[in-house]
Design a protein around this ligand. Structure first.
Ligand code: SAM
Length: 224
């Protein structure tokens, strides 16, 4: 809650969380493991937002940048009747845990196939083939523009790009909160947000939920 406190009034987050469905089984275990091991996964209200987006947009091909231990990919997979998810993770040990989780997921939800790619997304993306209906960017915050550059051409017209942590603990909106070690991240994230907000083919909405989420819709043509 501490990180989001500068973005959303804490009592609001606490109240909204009382209304969310309680996690159980496989997803609850992934959440508990992540919290125990300090793995940063999407917050509960962001997970619920992703579920709504899955049900509304019904993507069949998804690209995720930043798998960590596989929680957000599992949330997406379990919200869909069928489909494919390509997810990329840089850290080999984290990816090993994600692979175990995806193996388990396949035993009870085989209709969505999850392919895990291990390596830097900037390089892995060039080997992937679009079109994707939905892209989720949730990896190194200073590199969102590079991830976008690789992923954008693979998104079909009418597709969505969701970027997490775009308000980064409130530092993006308030200079007084910026810690010196995060100056570069803040500068680059602001550039990223300006780029996706002014992009001729995107309609972007920035939401102050969790650590900040940007939703970008790729229009059929410039200005349309
Ligand atoms: C915030 S975590 C992802 C959490 C995950 N999406 C979830 O909610 O379950 C970010 C992950 O991105 C990975 N990462 C960082 N830089 C990356 C890169 N250049 N390419 C691929 N993954 C990267 C990190 O190792 C980390 O596991």
């Amino acid at each position: 809650m501490e990180n989001e406190a500068k973005i959303v009034y804490p009592a609001t987050t606490a109240y909204v969380r009382t209304l969310l469905p309680k996690s159980e089984g496989y997803l609850l275990r992934l959440e508990e493991e992540a919290h125990r091991d300090g793995v940063p996964i999407i917050q509960p209200e962001v997970a619920q937002y992703m579920r709504v987006l899955m049900q509304l947009h019904r993507p069949t091909r998804i690209l995720e940048i930043g798998a960590a231990t596989g929680y957000s990919a599992s949330v997406m997979a379990l919200s869909l009747p069928a489909g494919e998810i390509d997810t990329i993770e840089l850290n080999a040990e984290t990816a090993r845990i994600a692979a175990e989780h995806f193996e388990e997921l396949a035993t009870f939800h085989p209709e969505v196939s999850v392919r895990l790619h291990v390596g830097p997304a900037e390089a892995v993306i060039s080997d992937l083939k679009g079109p994707y209906d939905f892209v989720f960017i949730d990896a190194a915050k200073a590199h969102y523009s590079a991830f976008f550059e690789g992923a954008y051409p693979l998104v079909r017209p009418g597709g969505l790009i969701v970027s997490d942590n775009v308000l980064f603990r409130g530092m993006i909106t308030d200079d007084a909160l910026i810690l010196p070690k995060y100056k570069t991240i803040v500068k680059r994230m602001r550039q990223y947000l300006e780029m996706i907000s002014e992009h001729s083919r995107l309609t972007t909405s920035i939401l102050s939920i969790g650590d900040g989420v940007a939703l970008s819709y790729k229009r059929e043509a410039d200005g349309a």
